[in-house]
Write a protein of this length. Structure first.
Length: 381
């Protein structure tokens, strides 16, 4: 087989049977099981790809009995799983390091490796080949190694249907490409919710596929945050966000999220948005856990809703405002017209009209909706 591969030639089962002295049935069994990563079929002829880059020891292991072969496969999955966990923990460490000016970029890069390794481990466990093949059905190689699926392909294979988890990773991959080689420290508050959802989703899939013993939660803690942000720092942040470096990034974020359905935007698996409030201890000499994440539809959340309801004002994204106007009969009012009106009236400079939340997105209050409605009336849209 090495001779045939080195010369780019194919062979038949009969030719291999003659060369080895093995029965054709035995050879077919090996082709379908132990050799399936090396051998491909075209008609009644076979060819190998990758044997010239495979050590004799590895090929011997592939020819061992089924139990031992399965153990090798399981060991490969364990290696991938350990790699994925280590890079996920490294991502959290990078993000929580206050001296790191490239926190978001470093976090995303490490989480991409973590997610890729996790999905490869899942495919390995399920017996799915996660390597690219060419048009002839042969494995592609890079530096002598089979070319494995990158994360984008893994996401399509694992989540065939639309999902907020997949969209979260799509967003972060695109953001990584936009901020590569840029130092954008003021971007962190805008994507903190996306980063938190990413690690939450990773933990959920990790436990779902491999069990609680692999959970990261025992190793990860909430990063400390400053409770106030002084005016000078805020001013610097606003100036930075308007700079050339930030413009392309913010436009990417707005364009990406404007294309998402509301159900995805509101799903915590895509972006987690939380309020942190002070909590008093129930005992004089001991304290409850400092941070608790409470589901919105749970009994524990009732008192939280009561506390915050009166201060909460309705907020709308541009897409929702456009849809609202069109439903009211202003059918020629479009997203483009909203953008032109925003540039003219500058509602983002007026806290009465808008607010930018920790997820980095601009939301508009009812007062701005009234302004938009008046504009539609005056211009007979």
């Amino acid at each position: 087989m090495l001779e045939k591969e080195s010369k780019g030639l194919s062979f038949t089962v009969a030719e291999l049977s003659k060369a080895t002295g093995w029965k054709p049935a035995t050879i077919k069994t090996y082709i379908n099981k132990q050799w399936k990563r090396f051998v491909s079929k075209s008609g009644d002829r076979y060819s190998t790809n990758g044997l010239t880059n495979t050590s004799q020891d590895d090929f011997i292991r592939a020819n061992s009995q089924k139990a031992k072969y399965s153990l090798t496969i399981q060991n490969e999955a364990e290696v991938l799983l350990d790699k994925s966990r280590q890079f996920a923990l490294l991502a959290v460490y990078v993000y929580n390091n206050p001296y790191n000016d490239f926190r978001t970029y470093g976090y995303i890069v490490n989480m991409v490796i973590a997610w890729t390794s996790l999905l490869h481990a899942i495919f390995q466990k399920q017996g799915i080949e996660y390597f690219y093949k060419n048009q002839q059905g042969k494995f592609e190689h890079i530096d002598g190694e089979q070319k494995a699926w990158e994360l984008k392909t893994c996401l399509r294979k694992y989540w065939e249907a639309e999902s907020p988890e997949k969209r979260n990773l799509d967003f972060l991959i695109g953001l990584r490409n936009k901020i590569e080689h840029k130092k954008l420290p003021f971007l962190e508050p805008n994507v903190a919710g996306h980063c938190q959802s990413c690690i939450n989703n990773f933990e959920a899939i990790l436990i779902k596929e491999f069990g609680e013993k692999y959970a990261l939660s025992s190793s990860v803690t909430l990063a400390l945050q400053f409770s106030r942000f002084d005016k000078d720092a805020r001013a610097k942040g606003l100036i930075a966000l308007q700079s050339a470096n930030y413009t392309a990034v913010i436009e990417y974020m707005d364009h990406f999220e404007n294309s998402l359905p509301d159900r995805t935007l509101k799903n915590p698996a895509y972006r987690l948005s939380v309020f942190l409030t002070q909590k008093s201890s129930n005992h004089k000499t001991s304290a409850d856990v400092a941070i608790e994440f409470v589901k919105a539809d749970s009994e524990e959340s009732d008192s939280i809703r009561t506390i915050m309801k009166d201060r909460e004002k309705s907020k709308y994204k541009p897409k929702a405002i456009v849809e609202m106007m069109q439903q009211e009969g202003y059918t020629t009012f479009t997203m483009h017209k909203h953008t032109e009106l925003r540039k003219d009236k500058k509602p983002r400079d007026n806290p009465k009209f808008s607010i930018r939340l920790s997820d980095g997105q601009w939301y508009y209050y009812e007062d701005w909706v009234h302004e938009v409605r008046d504009y539609c009336k005056e211009n007979k849209l």
